[in-house]
Design a protein around this ligand. Structure first.
Ligand SMILES: [Zn+2]
Length: 114
């Protein structure tokens, strides 16, 4: 759904699977998949399946711990496969989708044509 222009791609498209995803990990609470429009050659996003606005709104300690564990495992796998990994989440004007998502990425940024 490249034409999606809403504010919450995760609740609207990714979590209900309105488009196919290359899933890395999924359980009842957390979903991790290869970004559908990657910014880096290796680009996985990890999201809570329940709506959370951003990292600053993550106030459920169980979910926080679980999410971090999935981020950790994803980063470990990217690191062992590619020798380098970066983990980040955006806030405010940097946050393109208004749903907490953690990027786990590796490699030099891809040129964007759109
Ligand atoms: Zn959401």
């Amino acid at each position: 759904m490249s034409g999606y222009d809403g504010e919450d791609f995760y609740c609207d498209v990714a979590i209900p699977r309105r488009e196919p995803l290359d899933v890395v990990f999924e359980d009842d609470d957390v979903l991790a998949y290869h970004h559908t429009r990657p910014f880096w050659p290796v680009h996985v996003v990890v999201v809570p399946k329940r709506h959370v606005d951003s990292l600053l709104a993550l106030d459920d300690p169980d979910l926080a711990q679980h999410l971090l564990r999935v981020v950790q495992r994803t980063a470990e796998s990217v690191l062992s496969e590619h020798g380098a990994a970066s983990v980040m989440t955006n806030l405010g004007a940097y946050q393109d989708s208004r749903h907490l998502h953690v990027h786990v990425r590796s490699g030099v940024p891809l040129a964007r044509t759109s």
